[in-house]
Design a protein around this ligand. Structure first.
Ligand code: Q9C
Ligand code: ZN
Length: 330
């Protein structure tokens, strides 16, 4: 649902197929399918009632009307300020709205299976880092960074980066950082870790005054409670080019070094590309090589987790440029 009409989704299967093809073309790294994991860290990032809802949502949707098998489930009703969110309504549309924050993230027949496989991929990547790998890349869709403890949105259902960070913590690392370089603020990841001092979250993104997700991502959000000081937002105006973006990246990396992170999870959206159809920064293809080099310079083990990037023809080159720049400098 976009501007009052049903339109083709920007988040399409071709995106990961093209990234995989580019990885193979450049013979960068080795490719493997995800291993299987039980709930574990997933259940410590997301609420049980949210996971139960997602797992059964498609069957519930089709049970309402067999004709629903041919159309996506899209929320129409949301409990904003003053409504109750403690009660779990029997109505499916009411629960669909309770657990979401936009109408642009269709839930389809394969959503849960794909999201759950993405979480397995994130956990597989975390396992590689814990076993001593310098870096791994989690190539998943749907993306994850907009998904919070109990909500989906922004094409995201399970927060792969947060699940990986949680797994790294449970695997024995005391301090983990998540750096989100997607064009859009990682509101889900921020919310998950906002009151925690053990996972530092830093994000570079379009200023929420004008850019999705609008109601989170401002510079004065520094964390809360024990997590105060462990959240860093660097909003940048629409139209920002690579020079200014790069300075913000250095600022985020300096904060991560100051935190004393032992591993870095990078929410790797490449919708910062100048040609992206739904975003507004001006990074060019070769700039992504430099992004990878800068990330390697921090010296930490890095788990890259794929997020946005909707200029489909260029998404493979842009994402793999980051990885190639990292490899060249690591
Ligand atoms: N003007 C990710 O990049 N709103 N999600 C699009 C276009 C939704 C993006 C509006 C953007 C969600 C993971
Ligand atoms: Zn994005």
């Amino acid at each position: 649902m976009f501007r009052g009409a049903l339109v083709p989704c920007f988040e399409v299967p071709d995106r990961v197929d093209l990234v995989l093809a580019e990885l193979r073309h450049r013979q960068l790294g080795t490719v493997e399918p995800p291993q299987s994991f039980d709930g574990g860290p997933i259940a410590r990032v997301h609420s049980q009632r949210y996971l139960d809802f997602l797992a059964g949502a498609w069957d519930e949707w089709v049970a309402l009307d067999p004709a629903n098998a041919q159309r996506d489930a899209i929320p129409s009703y949301w409990p904003i300020r003053g409504f109750r969110s403690d009660v779990l309504p029997a109505s499916f549309p009411a629960r669909l709205g309770l657990f979401s924050f936009d109408a642009g993230s269709p839930l389809t027949a394969g959503t849960w299976t794909a999201a759950r496989a993405g979480a397995d991929a994130a956990l597989t990547g975390a396992r590689h880092l814990l076993a001593g790998a310098r870096a791994a890349f989690v190539l998943t869709r749907p993306p994850g960074h907009h998904a919070g403890p109990d909500f989906f949105g922004g094409y995201c259902f399970l927060n792969n980066a947060a699940i990986a960070a949680q797994a790294l913590r449970e695997g024995g690392l005391d301090r983990v950082a998540v750096l989100d370089v997607d064009y859009h603020h990682g509101n889900g990841t921020q919310t998950i870790f906002y009151e925690r001092p053990d996972v530092f979250f830093a994000s570079l993104h379009g200023d929420p005054h004008t850019e999705y997700p609008y109601w989170l991502g401002y510079a004065d959000e520094r964390g809360a409670g024990e997590g105060t000081g462990f959240n860093l937002n660097l909003p940048l105006p629409r139209g920002t080019g690579f020079a200014a973006w790069r300075r913000a990246l250095e600022q985020a990396l300096a904060a991560i070094a100051g935190f004393g992170a032992q591993a870095l999870v990078v929410s790797l959206g490449v919708d910062t590309f100048e040609g992206d159809p739904i975003a507004g920064f001006g990074l060019r293809g070769p700039d992504f090589l430099q992004v990878g080099r800068a990330l390697a310079a921090c010296g930490l083990p890095v788990l890259f987790v794929f997020e946005g990037g909707y200029a489909v023809a260029e998404v493979g080159v842009n994402a793999v440029n980051v990885l190639e720049g990292f490899e060249a400098a690591a």
